[in-house]
Design a protein around this ligand. Structure first.
Ligand code: SF4
Length: 250
């Protein structure tokens, strides 16, 4: 029994990408990630730290890691209240880092969480995802292309997690983040594989957001051609940049 979670931060904001873009969410960012994406804008989440931060409207507070479940739930209630919201009405986006690193602890904590939950994951571990499915309302799955990773992990394919989600009743969608180094062949290969696993899958092509120290996305021509070239696959595909950097929100 863990009864605690290693966190980086919690905050309230507009969802910045994919199917729930623009909707208000509570965000719980867990600490720890085995991947190293070239486009990562949250490298602080890679490793566990002594403290985590709760970002309220007017101030940020620090708490010791790991966060005991009771304290975490109380601080999330406080966060919702700060925005005149309740956790029961809210959607909680669990993100990272890679949340499935702490699947055991999430499996323990989530049954007591009263609100809607969206899990954001790279989908590396199907068995861990399976244990969480009963407590989730939707899954946002990142399909990582090998050329977007600094160190290619052996188990980086989300294939089995897509299969699992396809068999479940749970709403899910797939994000493919594109850097300028992704080739047409690499992208097309991933989309073909996805279409085989999940025909008509809701698929978001997300150009990497330019920023200091990380990769930027391809040009518009590449994005348009990618859509047209792959239209016969039947995926519900759309290009969608991240909106939170445009809006200047967290
Ligand atoms: S999986 Fe997410 S947190 Fe981990 S390196 Fe990639 S973008 Fe960063």
């Amino acid at each position: 029994m863990n009864s605690s979670l290693q966190l980086m931060e919690a905050f309230c904001s507009l969802q910045g990408e994919a199917a729930e873009v623009g909707k208000p969410h509570l965000f719980l960012r867990l600490a720890g990630c085995p991947l190293r994406c070239h486009y990562c804008d949250t490298p602080k989440s890679w490793n566990r730290t002594e403290q985590w931060e709760l970002h309220l409207k007017e101030q940020s507070l620090q708490f010791q890691n790991p966060a005991p479940f009771g304290d975490l739930s109380a601080q999330l209630e406080r966060l919702a209240l700060d925005w005149n919201w309740t956790v029961e009405e809210s959607t909680l986006s669990i993100t990272g880092g890679e949340p499935l690193v702490q699947a055991d602890a999430l499996e323990e904590w989530l049954p007591a969480w009263p609100g809607r939950v969206v899990l954001e994951t790279a989908g590396l571990w199907p068995e861990r995802l399976r244990t969480l499915l009963p407590f989730l309302d939707a899954v946002s799955l990142d399909w990582k292309l090998a050329s977007t990773l600094r160190e290619t992990e052996e188990a980086v394919s989300p294939r089995e997690c897509v299969e699992l989600l396809q068999q479940s009743e749970l709403p899910f969608w797939v994000k493919v983040v594109l850097t300028e180094t992704v080739s047409e062949e690499e992208l097309d290969g991933a989309l073909q594989e996805l279409a085989q696993l999940s025909p008509q899958c809701r698929t978001f092509l997300i150009p990497a957001t330019p920023g200091p120290g990380h990769a930027s996305g391809p040009d518009t021509d590449f994005l348009l051609k990618a859509q047209l070239r792959n239209r016969a696959l039947g995926l519900k595909m759309q290009v969608m940049p991240q909106i939170h950097p445009i809006l200047g929100v967290r």
